[in-house]
Design a protein. Structure first.
Length: 155
């Protein structure tokens, strides 16, 4: 879409040296694992509308990660399904697992585990699913996950 720019913490070439820009989704001829996009001037709703209406993309879903970002993934994949595989491999129950999140793209994962924690600076919509006692010790800019893990280990 016009006005879309590529953004990574590093450069795209560092992560994907063989990347090629495309003009339409029809040009994609390999399986898509994940696409992450970021908008600085709007919510990206126009892109979400396109995603939901394009039959080429019918096997994908877009959990809104928030903070101006949209993740596009296989409709059968989410963070909870990854934890299910991990739990099976490690032979542990969801009740024995903790997870940390700050955006709506973390919701399925947080609902799967027995000990979900959200960051105090999470999206308001995500906060509506959790109690104050499920907040991390501090936000993600102040070692909130690490401090909460240390507190859990001390308890």
């Amino acid at each position: 879409m016009e006005g879309t720019r590529i953004f990574f913490a590093g450069t795209i070439d560092d992560f994907y040296p063989n990347w090629v820009p495309i003009k339409t989704f029809a040009e994609i001829n390999v399986p898509i694992d994940k696409i992450s996009l970021s908008w600085t001037n709007d919510s990206g709703q126009g892109f979400l509308d396109l995603l939901n209406s394009d039959p080429i993309l019918s096997g994908l879903r877009s959990p809104i990660s928030g903070f101006g970002a949209i993740d596009i993934v296989n409709k059968n994949a989410d963070k909870a399904s990854g934890l299910q595989l991990l739990a099976k491999e490690l032979q542990i129950k969801p009740e024995e697992m903790a997870a940390f999140g700050d955006g709506l793209n973390d919701l399925e994962m947080l609902q799967y585990v027995g000990h979900p924690y959200i960051m105090p600076n999470s999206q308001d919509e995500l906060k509506s699913y959790f109690n104050q006692d499920q907040y991390t010790v501090s936000d993600n800019n102040h070692d909130g996950v690490l401090d909460t893990i240390l507190k859990l280990l001390d308890d």
